[in-house]
Design a protein around this ligand. Structure first.
Ligand code: SAM
Length: 231
């Protein structure tokens, strides 16, 4: 992968960025996403934020080698802390991390979300954490995608600030309101796999001497949700 040929996953993330946006790509690694988005004329400005030195150096090198230092500011820092008011960032991208980590990044510096109109989040796991965060903070899902690449399944969530209360049913929160409507083959495959996994865990707990009743109740609830939707 490079800035010219992004992964299908990152290409899909870029497709959700509004034309002419000023973005912060948090956890940018090699800064492939912002470089690509600038080069294709999709965005006006980007911050490539990185907390770890190695990826920060790679991003710096990449942006310099493409001559994009005027359009992309590479900054070292934790999560949203790299965003300054003067940047006038309207879109935040956080991709390639777990849902819990993305949520903790959003929670740690929620004041940096002022003026932001789009969040494009790509959790590798636990997307429900981000739907829950949206409910608690009045950010509504406006679109979702699911795709398979290199035998891994990824979800992409797009959120916008909402005037109204945001609330999802248990199944919408776990599976995604748009994804469960669409019920694509990839969605079906993901949840059939999870279902088999959870049933296996259920059997193991049932067979063990020290039964974790709370875990069994939680599993039974999740299994029912999935069975009802896949049916
Ligand atoms: N966003 C790219 C993508 O989707 O391909 C890179 C994903 S990479 C797996 C995750 C990156 O996030 C790593 O480079 C890591 O250093 C960075 N990261 C993790 N926690 C972070 C945080 N709190 N703030 C900024 N960057 C972070």
């Amino acid at each position: 992968m490079n800035e010219q040929q992004l992964s299908e996953r990152l290409e899909k993330v870029v497709s959700y960025i509004p034309k002419g946006a000023r973005i912060a790509d948090i956890g940018s690694d090699h800064a492939y996403l912002p470089c690509h988005a600038i080069q294709k004329g999709q965005i006006e400005f980007a911050i490539a934020g990185e907390v770890v030195d190695g990826p920060f150096q790679s991003a710096t090198k990449q942006v310099r080698s493409l001559g994009l230092t005027g359009e992309i500011a590479v900054r070292k820092g934790n999560g949203l802390a790299v965003i300054e008011m003067a940047d006038r960032v309207d879109t935040i991208v956080i991709a390639g991390m777990g849902g819990a980590l993305i949520r903790s990044i959003l929670e740690a510096d929620s004041n940096k979300l002022t003026g932001v109109t789009h969040l494009i989040l790509q959790p590798n796991i636990a997307a429900h954490q981000l739907r829950e965060w949206g409910e608690a903070n009045q950010w509504a899902l406006v679109s979702e995608s699911i795709l398979r690449e290199d035998n891994k399944i990824y979800e992409i969530l797009v959120l916008e600030p909402s005037e109204q209360k945001v609330s999802y049913s248990d199944s919408e929160r776990l599976l995604g309101p748009f994804l469960m409507q669409e019920k694509s083959a990839v969605f079906q495959a993901k949840w059939e796999h999870e279902l088999a996994n959870w049933k296996e865990i259920q059997t193991q707990i049932d067979a063990s001497n020290a039964k974790n009743e709370a875990k069994l109740v939680e599993l039974a609830m999740k299994i029912k949700i999935i069975e009802d939707v896949l049916r």
